[in-house]
Design a protein around this ligand. Sequence first.
Ligand code: ADP
Ligand code: MG
Length: 322
Amino acid sequence: MIKVSGVSRSYGDHVAVSEASFTIAKGEIVGFLGPNGAGKSTLMNIITGYIRPHEGVVNVEGIDVVKNPLEAKQKIGYLPEQPPLYLDMTISEQLLLQSSLRGIPREKKKTAIETVLAATRIEDVKNRVIRNLSKGYRQRVGLAQAILGDPKILVLDEPMVGLDPIQVTEIRNVILSMGKDHTVILSSHVLSEISALCKRAIIINKSKIVADGSIGALGRSMEKGSKIVARICGPKEDVIRLISSIPGVLRCECTGESEPGSLDFLIDTDPNTDIRKDLFYQLSSCSYPLILLKPQDIIGLEEIFLEFTGAPAQNINTLVGS
Ligand code: ADP
Ligand code: MG
């Protein structure tokens, strides 16, 4: 478990992280989402024990990170924004060095290195000098280094930056498979990466946590009423009249045909009334089959982000100039 309590950090007069508090349970995959300069990397550096907070406490699996940064570092696999790589070493040499730093016993080093080479798909290039690798491959070496020795907590700062779309998919799959039995924190300014990997997002803007919750719950918290979609085989006007007569229905409109022989209806309901049983009885009394009933798709991360940061989602990339 990771517990961050009242953490703040400034650079001179400039506040980089302001009063951050949250808890991350074992096995969660959590995304730090925010534009460039929001404070994501600073917060990650604090959680991993690389820089000290000016205020607050960070506890990782019972270890006070501020007091015992070395012990905390043993527990956490960290991929910083700029992976610390020795450019003149080969990938194998770099990973051998890292396995010593991590305190992996001599007899286990070979297997540990082979495992991460395979997981990040760099076995074929393991004898290449890092200086000659592309950004994408260097990022994979950084990730291999982070997961070496199988630390149960992974902190990955913008792991997808500089990767091409195929590499993004590969690294995403590595993270997803690690996520099955690891606690993962990853940061990104790209909404789609967070929603593809994380159930929970912590949205950071201008040094502050502005939202924290499951992506579904964040969406629901923004919904005004309750909307459901019903797919029905029946004549449009008749069905609208029937549904509109049900107590608790505020509005009903036909949104068209998405499946042949049926029509979709968007029903706006009073959030305190569950109309589903009435809907079923009314429709069946007229022999209009109800073939689908579901809540309207929840609001996506893009709208959530806009709501909490005031920045249009499509401008995030422009903001960071990447
Ligand atoms: P993010 O990772 O979300 O882009 P950072 O944590 O890197 O944000 O930066 C947060 C703020 O702190 C930014 O305004 C940045 O300019 C500032 N900052 C980060 N590191 C330093 C530093 N070493 N010295 C001075 N200012 C810094
Ligand atoms: Mg950063």
